[in-house]
Design a protein around this ligand. Structure first.
Ligand code: FAD
Length: 328
């Protein structure tokens, strides 16, 4: 059955820039490939100007570069799917990894459905079972209460992996590999036509180095001003727990957690947040967590590096003042 071999990473690019999730996948792919003694290959769909060597420096042995300025210039999903499916059918990788970004999440299920194989979405861990050498795809289930370990019955074994779950692959310019160019396939009678791409400044919490989040301890939407001010003096951005988003205090783009954004800042300040597992799912990987809560038994203190038991309406203004004074 096994004429499949190699761990393939789908490389996400926009405007010729490679998304960081691809480097995170490459780091993990290298680890898995070394365990099963196979190659790491990349599937890169994009214009020729993208430097495919960068993927080799980050651990790929081969890059299948499907070059086309025109058709990969816009994020038209069906064209990507067609080209990725063609590469997979031809090269038969044993494992295929996609980033669980919004683009990766639109591509991967369509690729899996076309190839009639399984897909484990939103993995937070990947490992090789030493007994059967199969990919173990680990992801939270039942509102993050258990970690499911899933194995695919079919090849290729396919998964999407959450952004910021793994460290980026280290760069080594002495590493060599092979870049193989492919010509693109155009879809006949494509029902989708991109007329115009409307880009707007999108709030991006996932890359922030400091996130100051508020929870139900905040009494009114206006009170977000003090959270914004604390974030501003620290050079950070504002986050929120889900109930405040549901109450219309702030937009969903700010929500941190299982059904919101996953953040990994240097500093996460949780103001009036109890620390439910679904909130922790989005922030527990922060380098440092400071929690401010009036209830000393709040679960957030179990994962916090520093905790202040007190009222956010007293503590936050004091913090702002102290930081401002220190800067003056
Ligand atoms: C499928 C599913 C997905 C979910 N996804 C998410 C998600 O993505 N993100 C998310 O956040 N939640 C999510 N939730 C909801 C989650 O279970 C919790 O209900 C939510 O995180 C609680 O938000 P909170 O901590 O702001 O509110 P609460 O749990 O009500 O906590 C408020 C805290 O504020 C403290 N407090 C009150 N007043 C003050 C004050 N003046 N000063 C200091 N402290 C004060 C209280 O002691 C309390 O600990 C999800 C739930 C489900 C079922």
């Amino acid at each position: 059955m096994k004429n499949y071999s190699g761990v393939m990473v789908f490389v996400e690019q926009k405007n010729k820039e490679i998304h960081r999730v691809s480097y995170e996948l490459l780091g993990k792919a290298r680890e898995l490939a070394d365990q099963i003694n196979e190659e790491v290959v990349c599937c890169l769909c994009g214009p020729s100007e993208i430097d495919a060597n960068e993927l080799i420096y980050r651990g790929a042995d081969k890059v299948f570069h499907v070059q086309d300025e025109e058709i990969f210039g816009n994020p038209e999903v069906m064209t990507y799917v067609e080209n990725i499916v063609k590469i997979i059918e031809e090269k038969k990788p044993e494992i295929c990894l996609f980033g669980a970004t919004s683009f990766g999440r639109s591509i991967a299920p369509r690729v899996a459905a076309t190839l009639k194989c399984g897909l484990t979405a939103d993995c937070t861990g990947l490992a090789i079972d030493e007994e059967d050498m199969k990919l173990v795809q680990i992801r939270p289930a039942f509102s993050e209460n258990i970690l499911a370990h899933i194995k695919s019955q079919y090849l290729p074994q396919m998964a999407t992996v959450r952004y910021k779950e793994f460290d980026e692959a280290k760069r080594d310019e002495s590493k060599t590999g092979e870049i193989i160019n492919f010509s693109s396939v155009k879809i006949k009678n494509n029902p989708i036509e991109v007329l115009e791409e409307i880009t707007e400044e999108v709030f991006n919490i996932t890359d922030a180095r400091v996130v100051v989040s508020a929870g139900k301890g905040l009494k009114s939407p206006e009170d977000f001003k003090m959270i914004e001010e604390l974030a501003a003096v620290l050079g950070g951005v504002v986050g929120s727990s889900r109930p405040l988003v549901e109450d219309g205090f702030i937009s969903k783009a700010h929500q941190v957690g299982y059904s919101g954004n996953r953040v990994k800042p240097n500093l996460y300040i949780a103001c009036g947040i109890s620390g439910a597992p679904q909130h922790q799912a989005g922030m527990k990987e922060a380098d440092m967590i400071l929690a401010i809560n009036s209830d000393p038994s709040a679960p957030i203190f179990n994962i916090a590096d520093y905790g202040i038991v007190g009222d956010i309406y007293e503590i936050v203004p004091q913090m702002i003042e102290k930081i401002k004074n220190k800067k003056a």
